[in-house]
Design a protein around this ligand. Structure first.
Ligand code: NAD
Length: 342
């Protein structure tokens, strides 16, 4: 888990890969961070990168369809991988093998085999490879995490994520669009909130009769976690009415009581007899002056600190592999009908 730091006394040079929805959210962050410089933008459809750069007043930015050509020309310190999940492995390994560190969008990869080989590539190259799980930086999630830590030993954790979503194009092409795309946010949040790691899972992934997705857009899973904790997940991209928040809704029960969180602002607690509990207060927003996409500035800040100091950021690839393993084991369980060890 060690990687080489960047010692040169100059801003870190970053190349964006992918100029779709999330790539366009990352670009302003690289421009705003005082320690980074945006030096190029790659997309297999380069006109997307060109127009996105132009919209930010950076029509001069080198753009292109070839990642290797731009890496060779610009010699960046890092890339931000904002491509579709199917391209994550190729893009990340290409950068790492050229000695370039990687800050990636979730999920790390589509399969655990791909992810394991990406982590090995980072180890071989001695480069930092981090997956930005942006929900971890929500002030309310961090407050819920502190509230849950005060419940004593945890026995049960439950999350629900249900909404009617006609989202981005690539979701409709996936066999299990909920498990393969969104579930990583909830599973990683379950690890962050509980401090526990996965042991095994039983999962069913299915299509409600009315869904507009060709794939299995809904799922229910029971995880055994370390310490004997059970974590249950219920989710759907095709649930009409009463949607949960984008971070789901949560219930945790421990020896000292129960804590609920609506995934946005409201944390409520109920104490066991003769105990007393108080919800933790969220920390103030560190970036109140600008409108921003949740958790990108904070993730970039941790990544930059990691590259400069050697400190491990949240989402460092060895740790993030455990969240991805929850997804791939849930998929295996859904396909085989069996409980799967993780
Ligand atoms: N953290 C979050 O809240 C959040 C939100 C949205 C998307 N995401 C993640 O971000 C990633 C991208 O999602 P999106 O919504 O921006 O998708 P998108 O389809 O809008 O954009 C992806 C872009 O990548 C480009 N691309 C594909 N393969 C490429 C390759 N090999 N090299 C270079 N460019 C390539 C495509 O042409 C497209 O412009 C996904 O992994 C998704 O799960 C995360």
């Amino acid at each position: 888990m060690t990687f080489d730091t960047v010692v040169a006394d100059r801003p870190l040079r970053g190349v964006l890969v992918g100029a779709g929805f999330i790539g366009r959210q990352w670009a302003p962050e690289l421009l705003a961070h005082p320690g980074t410089r945006l030096v190029g933008w790659v997309d297999v459809r380069p006109e997307r990168a060109r127009s996105a750069a132009g919209a930010l007043g950076r029509a001069d930015l080198p753009v292109g369809a070839s990642l290797t050509a731009l890496l060779d020309a610009e010699e960046p310190d890092f890339i931000v991988n904002c491509t579709v999940p199917e391209a994550h492995h190729e893009v990340t390994v290409t950068a790492l093998e050229r000695g370039v560190s990687v800050l990636s969008e979730k999920p790390m990869a589509v399969t655990l085999d791909e992810a394991t080989s990406m982590v090995a590539a980072a180890d071989r190259a001695r480069r930092l490879f981090m997956v930005n799980q942006n929900r971890r930086y929500m002030a309310a999630l961090a407050a819920y995490r502190r509230t849950v830590a005060d419940l004593g030993a945890l026995g049960m954790l439950a999350s629900e994520f249900l909404m009617p979503y006609k989202g981005v194009e690539f979701l409709s092409a996936l066999e299990h669009p909920l498990l393969q795309d969104m579930a990583i946010h909830l599973f990683d949040a379950a690890r962050a909130i509980s401090g526990a790691d996965p042991v095994s899972v039983y999962c069913e992934s299915f299509r409600p009769p009315w869904t507009w997705y060709p794939g299995a857009c809904s799922a229910m899973a029971i995880f055994e976690m370390t310490g004997g904790l059970r974590y249950t997940f219920t989710g759907s991209w095709s649930a009409h009415g009463l949607p949960t928040s984008w971070t789901g809704s949560w219930r945790a029960a421990g020896t000292r009581g129960t804590a609920l969180w609506d995934g946005e602002d409201a944390i409520t607690v109920g104490a066991a007899p003769s105990e007393s509990l108080k919800p933790a207060e969220p920390e103030p927003d560190p970036y109140p002056e600008r409108r921003r996409y949740t958790g990108l500035a904070e993730g970039l800040a941790e990544f930059v600190t990691g590259l400069r100091t050697g400190g491990l950021p949240q989402g460092e690839c060895h740790d993030n592999l455990r969240s991805l393993a929850m997804v791939t084991a849930a998929l295996e369980s859904a396909r085989t009908g069996k409980r799967v060890p993780i």
